[in-house]
Design a protein around this ligand. Structure first.
Ligand code: GLV
Length: 376
């Protein structure tokens, strides 16, 4: 790949630059990978209507997401292990997003801590929360997000137990990464990656240092099973809502009934998501669930979407079906792994330009007001 023209190009570059276990963590889904394929297939199956002779000089691409200004209906999704795709990767992601004027969301399972990212970036970022067994620790994470001036908290609802990503087990994925006989050759052929990760500020879960055992977990899912609270319910969402004065986004809603419950909890936005096809295999695609969620919330909160979004055309399809914006997880990690901050900047630019052109060719003008009529 000499000239990068798509997210797919970044994926190919990432595949060559990072160890297999890291690449697969982003690239693959749970179990038989039915849902991760559906995310893509259902987006591809939507057909845009080509409309001509509509003034494309008057486009509006800027919007707000959970009340935060954004230059595009697009933001960076919270992703785990980001700093293993590229050393200090979370800082690069946050800086690229800030430069492009779109929100960046740091994940609980990031490699750099909230504080490490905050001290290296100027623009406040969003924070994504997983609820751990230790309530004091959860309260502490929320307090740290407040302290870092995060304007938005994204509570993930769909991972109180972890779906098995079979590749991760087969690849022996661990955090921090370990040199084993099996992966030695792989790592030896990725010196650029290794140098960056070895000299980075952190190689383990930066936010979770106080939790015992985080340094020598055997596999990610075993560790999650130990630390995450499988008993959480909507009561715990209320517990978070009481403690968080800022905007609250509930992520992992894939059903109209849950969407209504999320609104009842005071969500400012929901993210229609199946966790990128990494959790319930056999679930519907997020784009297929989007219309019923939009109908269910009746404008009482914003609806965002993630799950297989790789292009501006994908974003446009989601807007047509009622989403206010999309989150990119995989696309972001591919670009970050491939080319660091410049890669993420370029990926945002590519998706933004695709959106601009596709808006024009469907005769749509304002991303805040895309009609379902642009779909056949
Ligand atoms: C964590 O959120 C994961 O999907 O691995």
């Amino acid at each position: 790949v000499t000239v990068v023209t798509s997210v797919g190009d970044f994926r190919e570059l990432a595949r060559r630059r990072v160890p297999r276990a890291i690449f697969d963590y982003a690239d693959r889904g749970s179990y038989e990978e039915i849902t991760i394929r559906r995310n893509r297939a259902d987006l591809d199956a939507l057909t845009l209507r080509q409309r001509v002779m509509v003034d494309a000089s008057k486009q509006t691409l800027a919007t707000t997401l959970a009340g935060q200004p954004s230059a595009l209906p697009l933001m960076i999704a919270p992703t785990g292990l980001t700093g293993l795709f590229r050393g200090n990767g979370e800082i690069y992601g946050a800086r690229a997003a800030a430069a492009a004027g779109i929100p960046f969301c740091l994940g609980t399972l990031s490699i750099l801590s909230i504080e490490q990212v905050r001290e290296s970036t100027e623009v406040p970022f969003w924070f994504q929360l997983y609820l751990m067994r230790d309530r004091g620790f959860n309260a502490n994470l929320i307090a740290r997000a407040k302290e870092a001036k995060c304007p938005v908290l994204v509570l993930t609802l769909d991972l109180q137990v972890m779906g098995v990503r079979r590749r991760d087990a087969k690849n022996g994925l661990s955090v921090p990464p370990r040199l084993t006989l099996r992966n030695a050759l792989d790592i030896a052929t990725k010196p650029g990656w290794a140098l960056g990760v070895l000299t980075a500020k952190s190689r383990a879960f930066g936010n979770l240092k106080p939790l015992a055992g985080s340094a020598d977990l055997k596999s990610l899912s075993a560790w999650v099973a130990n630390q995450f609270d499988p008993s959480i319910t909507w009561k715990d969402v209320a517990w978070v809502r009481e403690r968080w004065p800022g905007k609250l986004v509930l992520k992992g809603v894939l059903d109209a009934d849950d969407a209504r419950l999320a609104v009842d909890q005071g969500a400012d936005a929901v993210v229609v998501s199946n966790h990128g096809g990494r959790q319930l295999d056999g679930a519907c695609s997020s784009i297929a669930a989007l219309p019923e969620v939009v109908r269910a919330v009746q404008g009482r909160c914003e609806v965002l979407l993630d799950g297989g979004v790789m292009s501006g055309q994908d974003v446009l399809k989601a807007l047509a079906l009622g989403a206010r914006g999309c989150l990119i997880g995989k696309a972001y990690l591919y670009a970050l792994a491939a080319q660091g901050q410049a890669g993420v900047a370029k990926a945002i630019e590519i998706i933004g330009n695709e959106l601009k052109v596709s808006l024009a060719l469907t005769g749509a003008i304002d991303v805040q007001n895309v009609s379902p009529d642009i779909l056949r």
